[in-house]
Design a protein around this ligand. Sequence first.
Ligand code: NAD
Ligand code: UDP
Length: 311
Amino acid sequence: MRVLVTGGAGFIGSHLCDRLLEQGHEVICLDNLFTGSKDNIRHLHNHSHFELLRHDLIEPILLEVDQVYNLACPASPIHYQYNPVKTIKTNILGTLNMLGLAKRVKARILQASTSEVYGNPIEHPQKESYWGNVNPIGVRSCYDEGKRAAETLMMDYHRQNGVDIRIVRIFNTYGPRMAENDGRVVSNFIVQALRGRPLTVYGKGKQTRSFCYVDDLVNGIMAMMECDDITGPVNLGNPSERSIMDFAQQILSLTGSKSKIEYRSLPADDPVQRRPDISLAKQKLNWKPEVSIEDGLNQTIEYFKEKLELR
Ligand code: NAD
Ligand code: UDP
């Protein structure tokens, strides 16, 4: 099949491109390289089934493909808040463009949605049936509300035009090829620990997150694309929840770093707790995460060690 991956030069998208090529598909990677990098896909440069299109998703594009994975959108809070108008445009105009394309060529389209659609969740853990608790005018809303609107567009194109859609709600994911400067907690803590700098814990570190290794996540995304009897949304994530303070301690112990903890103020609207209920993914996709947090973090630490040493 010919598969379009938007955001394919990003962290998750580049792993997805690898896996699709391994399966023998032809891959068109569409990316404006805002948060993505050519380094993430450099190893694919001479692959006969791989093509990079430098294009901004908010502009329409005509392509002939069988499947679309719509991942283009900055994912880390500092990057999506850098140009919030652009973020919401990417989510709305970009998703509209991809839905128009999918409708025209009758391609199946999968939207990378997010646990952020649950906002600061009152229901815990979060099931797909929960409508969320999102601040529509806060600094995170360009992303949260953008992703919510993208889900709406997907559902309306499905109901109105019969477009073959899939929606996954991705929870915090980590692994090699995260950008070292993207400000997310996993890359921040590992890079800080490796450099012997203080680990920056926001607030008191009591807020919780549940971290999923990228290989597991890509398995889930591909299983969703291949599943015939579900549109979603389906949660994809690892339910092993921990506080940010415990996570900092774990990074210190895995890296053997002597870095101290430094407290910083908590960003606005930072969700207090987050853990996916993945019963639906287990039942419908026969999917669950396989990689332990220790193994996943060790792989990620090795990646950053190599990257920092190369520098
Ligand atoms: P990332 O920032 O590494 O990748 C996003 C990619 O999209 C980058 O390559 C970027 O250059 C590209 N992009 C951004 N705006 C674009 C535009 N207008 N036109 C073309 N390309 C554009 O982020 P990621 O972690 O790989 O996330 C991928 C997707 O998964 C995003 O949609 C994100 O919202 C979603 N997601 C990720 C996580 C996570 O923990 N990583 C959690 C929930 C949802
Ligand atoms: N966080 C932190 N220190 C950092 C970066 C993030 O304590 O250097 C916290 C952040 O406030 C949030 C959690 O870690 O509570 C996860 O942040 P991230 O940006 O990785 O993802 P998100 O908030 O989107 O879940």
